[in-house]
Design a protein around this ligand. Structure first.
Ligand code: UD1
Ligand code: MG
Length: 444
């Protein structure tokens, strides 16, 4: 027995008040739909059809290689699911129906739904129900001794039905052999004049089949319709990501102030201080310390390095083993080799900092002339004096020393001292004479 899936994502997302389709809004740095499709992949579905609306090419692109089907008119959830007929057909297994705007469902929960579908009593439809604190606009599950009897949308519900605590998450597993036939029989005689997917339950029962409910966690089943629900989902996901990082052996100080990306990878015995933000594609190896208030994205930090406080690692930053990146340091598209130190107030961009080099406070690699970007190559063991500007393209040889305050525009040989600044001149007594003449003028 195998699994297929239909993901409904054609909704307008009007309440988001956005020009971006709802399912492309990011959670922990990636679109809602990508989260859901990734979770779904754990079930190795044979077919997946994503239902999109007109002018949603960007959604189709994200869904690829899964097939997308177009729902030209948004006539309701059953109508949307029916558009998947050319992809799913009369599937000889279980068809999971998922909502693109409900991305926090776990693969465990999807598995449980499918497992219930396969039990001996052979329920035609298994609905994932839950009991939210505020049932508000959710459809209600009418349960009886024979399991799930029907689903009633709030707008069509009686006063009594509205008091039912069991709600429809929208997620369901359906007997693939009868799904399309049932969908074709759904009508739109209801308060909203829409084709309701929820009518499948009543229709299956009318054919003498039973239906069932599996209970899920309200947290997993949050449907995202507005920006505030998006923020709520972000909270839930961040909590999951923090728990995962800690379970893998990282210490998070002030965990609730640390923000992860969906793909952040932290090794064992990593310590992360408060208010650190991880953008996408960050890998942090074992025993690294990321101190408070750092911002990292698309970068790699090797074993035992220390970063921050207040450091910014931008795309392409590769920090070597035991290297130190200190406060108010920005690193972009650069390799900082093992044991190098860049500790204070520095910009390193398009550069290599050799092993054990020491970069003084206020060093700037001047990598951009308004047209192109150029490389700075700093040899191993080099020492760059404070407040130096290294004007790229430029190469500082291994073991060279650059005097503080230098503006280096030519390559510096290995082991040389480079001084590129005005020479110091001391004029004896000048300051005293200056003060005297000024105070005389004042009296006069
Ligand atoms: C739906 C359920 C409700 C459930 C709730 C859970 C129905 C009739 N109602 O209501 O029982 O409690 O979800 O969140 O199914 N969509 C399309 N095409 C359409 C209409 C919707 O693709 O023509 C997609 C939307 O993009 C969305 C999903 O289907 O991903 C759900 O649609 P939505 O309008 O949000 O349904 P609800 O009113 O929330
Ligand atoms: Mg909804």
């Amino acid at each position: 027995m195998s699994v297929a899936a239909i993901v409904l994502a054609a909704g307008l997302g009007t309440r988001m008040k956005s020009s971006l389709p709802k399912v492309l809004h990011p959670l922990a740095g990636r679109p809602l739909l990508a989260h859901l499709l990734d979770t779904l992949s754990c079930l190795s579905p044979q077919e997946v059809a994503v239902v999109i609306g007109p002018e949603q090419e960007a959604v189709a692109k994200l869904a690829a290689p899964h097939r997308t089907v177009l729902q030209t008119e948004r006539l309701g959830t059953a109508h949307a699911a029916l558009q998947a007929k050319p992809v799913i057909g009369d599937f000889p297994g279980d068809v999971l129906i998922l909502f693109g705007d409900t991305p926090l469902v776990t693969s465990d929960t999807m598995q449980r739904l499918v497992a219930r579908r396969r039990e001996a009593d052979d329920p035609a439809v298994v609905v994932l129900g839950f009991r939210p604190d505020d049932p508000a606009g959710y459809g209600r599950l009418v349960l009886g001794t024979e399991g799930l009897l029907r689903i009633v949308e709030v707008k069509d519900a009686t006063e009594a039905e509205r008091t039912i605590p069991w709600c429809n998450s929208g997620v369901m597993a359906v007997d693939g052999r009868i799904l399309m036939a049932l969908l074709e029989r759904v009508d739109n005689q209801n308060a909203k004049g829409e084709y309701y997917l929820t009518d499948l339950v009543g229709l299956a029962r009318a054919q003498g089949r039973i239906c069932a409910m599996v209970e899920g966690e309200a947290e997993e089943l949050l449907g995202i319709n507005s920006r505030s629900e998006l923020a709520e989902a972000e909270d839930i996901l961040q909590r999951r990501l923090r728990d995962q990082a800690m379970a893998n052996g990282a210490t998070l100080i002030g965990a609730e102030t640390i923000f992860f990306s969906w793909d952040t990878k932290l090794g064992r015995d990593v310590v992360v201080g408060p208010s650190v933000v991880f953008g996408p594609s960050v890998v942090v190896e074992d025993e690294v310390e990321i101190r408070a208030f750092c911002h990292l994205e698309d970068c790699h930090v090797a074993k035992g390095a220390v970063v921050g406080p207040f450091a910014r690692l931008r795309p392409g930053a590769q920090i070597g083993e035991e290297a130190h990146i200190g406060n108010f340091v920005e690193i972009k598209k650069s390799v900082v080799e093992a044991g190098a130190k860049v500790n204070h107030l520095t910009y390193i961009g398009d550069a290599r900092v050799g092993a054990k080099a020491n970069i003084g406070a206020g060093t700037i690699t001047c990598n951009y002339d308004g047209f192109g970007k150029y490389l700075t190559d700093i040899g191993k063991g080099a020492f760059i004096g404070s407040n130096s500007a290294l004007v790229a393209p430029v190469k500082i040889g291994d073991g060279a020393i650059v005097g503080a305050g230098s503006v280096v525009t030519r390559d510096v040989p290995k082991d040389a001292l480079s001084l590129a600044r005005g020479e110091q001149r001391d004029i004896e007594g000048w300051a005293a004479r200056f003060r005297e003449s000024k105070s005389k003028n004042k009296k006069g």
